[in-house]
Structure formats: C-alpha cells, structure tokens
Design a protein around this ligand. Structure first.
Ligand SMILES: [Zn+2]
Length: 500
C-alpha cells in the first residue's frame, strides 16, 4: 500500500492524532497545512542549518520562481544581502521569502496563488552564482526560520521538485526490521506489532487505519524469541520467530485477515531476517553457531525450499536485509568480532560470497535513501557509525555519528524519503535524521529514557510510529507531524509483555 501525499491525508493525520492523544491536540494550535507548490526546478545546493537560514535551489539565470502557497505579497523590493527579494504571507501566518532574483513579477499588496510565477532566478546581493534562496518563517515573531524541506514536505512538495507536478509517494520497501519487537503494515493500512516475551509472542494491532490499538493478545510460540515479519506477494503478512531451540512461523490466512497457528519452520538459532524478492517470493536468513542459512518460497505465496547454507557468514550474528533499487536483496550480518554482507548477483537470483563489511559491533540497522542507495548503521562501545552506498556498487568508509553506546538500532523513512534512525540502550533513547532527502544527518537528539529494544513502522498516512520495549512492557510513540512526536504511551493503556 503506497503512502499518500501528505496534503491529501492531513485531515486523517489530525483525526488520528485526536483519537490517539486528545490532550496534546487540545493544547496545540489548530494547524491546517496549505497545499504547497514547487518553488523552482533545480537541485538543493545548500541545506538549512544554523548558519544558513533557508535552502538554496541552484538553477540557471532566468529560471521561473513560483509562490509556494497562496498568500499576500507583503514585500517586493531590494536589500543588500538578498538583492531583489519577495516575502509572501500565507493565510496560516507562515511566511515564505525568495531572494537574489533577476526579475520580480509581483508587487507588495498583490494576492498570489500557489504555483503562480512571481520572479526569475538571478544572482543579486550576496550570492556566488544563480540560485533561489528560499526562507520560511514558521510564525511572524520567530527570530530564525524553519527548515523549508520538511515544511514543504508536510504540505505535499518534496525538494528537489518539478514545478506543476504532483509529488510521487515514497515506495513501501520491505524487508522490515527484525528483533524482539517488530511491526508491519497490513494490506488494509493497519499496523500490527509483535513482541517476544519470556512466555512467548504477544500481538496487538490497530483497530482502525492510522488509529487506536487493540489490547495485547498472547500467542504462545517460541519463548524469548527474535522475530522478523514480511509480506507475501498477495499482501498476507508472515511472522517468523526463532530461539536457541525452535524456529516457527505463522501467517495471515487472508489479506489483512486472521492468523494461522504456529508451524514448524526449522531448528533453533540466534537471529533471523526476512525479505521479499522482486518477484514477491519471501526469503528468510537465519544465523547460528556455524554461520548463516537461508530458505525461500519456491513460488509467490507458496511453499518453501529446504534450508541451504550460504557458504559461511558470521556465527550467531545479528541479521538485517534491505532491497537495492533494482530489486536485489542484500543481507548484513554482525557479531562481536566481524561484519559481513552478502547480496543477490541477479534479481530473484543467486547469491554472492560473503564479503567483509567492517569490524564487529553490537547491533545494526539498514535502510535505503530516497534515491535507493543503501545505508547501514552499526552500534558499538563508542557509539553509532554509518556507511552508505556512494553508487550502486561502492560504499563509503565508516563514519562516526555519535549516539548511544552499544544501542539497539532501528530506522525508517519518513514520508518525504528522509531516513530517521532510532537508538536505545539501558539508559537513553535517541534519534537522528537526514536534514534533507538523500542528505547528510543532523545531531542525535533525545527520544526518551532507556529500554531494551526498538523498532519502527510507517502508518498508512506516512507518520512513523516507534515501539520501544523495557522490563515494564512495550511503549509506542508516533509522529504528530514531520518534526513533532507524541509522548511515549502504552498501547491501548496496557503494558504488554516485559522484554528484558
Ligand atoms: Zn542561501
């Protein structure tokens, strides 16, 4: 199920927030996001940061500039820094500013519509080349602007953009995260979550799309398991659970429907990951004392192969999978000593040999940039490091990001395609996000107190929802906007299983 553009789902976002968190909504100003328009055709040449109050869109001299929203032109003039510039006040009180232009087409007092041409790109004022400097004020009394990238994304425009086009929704890419808590979206848009307690696996689900949660249901199954979840080609979710002695799975009997009971899937092991081949066949990897094995559906929605060796791989490793833009799956395996990866050599096809990927560590998460480049995060004693594809066949070196030592990691893409990473250890929870689509990351920020495991999923309306576990039970926390979050809360006011 694709994620809808934010501007068509805002009423549902607000409605969902009202259902989930009446107290917060009651004390928040009523926000009605206006439908935005693309300001100019060109790549981002400088992002918003503490020394740059706006975003730069590089474009040739004379490229048309369009109003990002309906409003009144309050300034159309010249100024030493900006050169020729325009300010538009939008009906919700936010303001947009456009600088360095070679020509202005509107005057102060004019009313403009979203997408109306207002100027041409130039290089006037303090400018090193032709570009649009776009600045956004969240309210008229603020002393510094807000990041135009999420501001526009909340209003349906993802930078860089093409004027006059409707933004395309981000693709929903499986595999999902594996761990002691996993969540995935049913074909009808409702999230489901599974948590592995000492007495077996517990299950809860949204009783309405983007909305409230069921009570927890105890499913039995492997005790103290590691879990993975993925969708069959027909949309039926399938859950896998492994511990040192047993490996079982269960699956939806119909799309978004009830679940089967537990069925045997193999011998015990350390960890699992599941991904969907481009043709829709699920493929499962499991680690154990002698390396990593895999097993795959012989046809979509169908039966399974026997277990096969992958030719090695790190013993008792933590596993994650991701999918390259061309549909080839890639597997990453980390234990305390080594980090290796393995990838399909053809779509739906065979697998490479294991290759070195880095040193050992504690946990890993893998995600894909909006442009498809994979990005891997790994935690260890001195924090979280990342490594990313610089093109489809080559990787950067490892780079430090800071973050909590020896943390459990998860990641998720926001509706505008920016990757966000969540880390939890015994004392803190923190998160880190891309400052723009396919862009570098900002600083780690507080996300709560410590816990034992973390995972994230995306609601049908594009809001990320995070599940954190502790010895007291399972918490969740969800986006109320691109940069705003609810507090942590129990699902349906009940703690669920303790996860140690
Ligand atoms: Zn600028």
């Amino acid at each position: 199920m694709p994620i809808g553009p934010f501007r068509s789902t805002l009423t549902r976002v607000l409605a969902a927030a009202a259902v989930l968190l009446p107290a917060l909504v009651a004390t928040s100003p009523a926000t009605a996001y206006f439908p935005a328009a693309c300001p100019a055709d060109g790549p981002i040449s400088q992002h918003f940061h503490s020394g740059h109050n706006g975003v730069d869109i590089a474009a040739n001299y004379g490229t048309p500039i369009y109003a990002v929203g309906d409003g009144e032109v309050t300034i159309s003039g010249t100024e030493p820094g900006y050169g020729q510039w325009i300010r538009i006040r939008h009906p919700d009180g936010t303001m947009s500013e456009y600088g360095h232009m070679s020509r202005r087409d509107v005057l102060a007092g004019d009313h403009v519509a979203a997408g109306q041409q207002i100027a041409l790109v130039g290089s006037e004022g303090q400018s090193s080349g032709p570009h649009l400097h776009l600045r956004i004020w969240g309210d008229s009394s603020a002393s510094y602007g807000v990041d135009p990238v999420p501001f526009l994304a909340e209003r349906g425009v993802i930078l860089p953009c093409i004027p006059g086009t409707t933004p395309q929704p981000a693709p929903l890419v499986y595999p999902a995260e594996s761990g002691r808590v996993v969540s995935a979206r049913s074909a009808d848009g409702r999230l489901e979550v599974f948590a592995a307690g000492a007495d077996g696996v517990h299950h809860a689900w949204q009783s309405e799309v983007n909305g409230a949660w069921s009570a927890w249901e105890s499913l039995g199954g492997p005790a103290g398991a590691e879990l993975a979840i993925g969708p069959n080609k027909d949309g039926r979710l399938e859950l896998f659970a492994i511990n040192g002695n047993v490996f079982q799975h269960r699956y939806q009997l119909s799309t978004s429907g009830n679940w089967s009971g537990w069925e045997n899937f193999g011998g015990g092991g350390k960890d699992i990951a599941v991904g969907a081949n481009k043709d829709g066949r699920l493929e499962v990897f499991a680690s154990g004392p002698v390396g990593v094995f895999h097993k795959y559906q012989v046809a979509p929605n169908s039966g399974w192969s026997e277990w096969e060796s992958t030719g090695g791989g790190p013993a008792n490793s933590r596993l994650e999978m991701e999918k390259a833009p061309d549909g080839r799956l890639e597997v990453f395996a980390l234990n305390g000593d080594v980090f290796q990866h393995l990838f399909q050599t053809a779509v739906n096809g065979g697998w490479s040999q294991w290759e070195a990927f880095g040193g050992g560590g504690h946990d890993l998460t893998v995600d894909h940039n909006r442009d498809g480049r994979l990005e891997v995060f790994a935690s260890g004693p001195v924090g979280v490091f990342h490594k990313y594809q610089t093109n489809p066949t080559s990787w950067s070196d490892w780079e430090p990001t800071g973050g909590p030592a020896n943390s459990q990691l998860t990641s998720e893409s926001s509706a505008d395609g920016r990757v966000e990473v969540f880390a939890i250890n015994g004392s803190v929870a923190q998160h880190l996000w891309q400052t723009g689509v396919n862009a570098p990351y900002g600083q780690w920020a507080s996300f709560g107190t410590g816990g034992t495991e973390i995972t994230a999923a995306t609601n049908a309306d594009g809001r990320i929802e995070v599940f954190g576990t502790s010895s007291a039970g399972v918490y969740h926390k969800w986006q109320t906007g691109f940069s705003s979050w609810s507090d942590w809360a129990w699902l349906s006011n009940t703690a669920g299983p303790p996860i140690n």
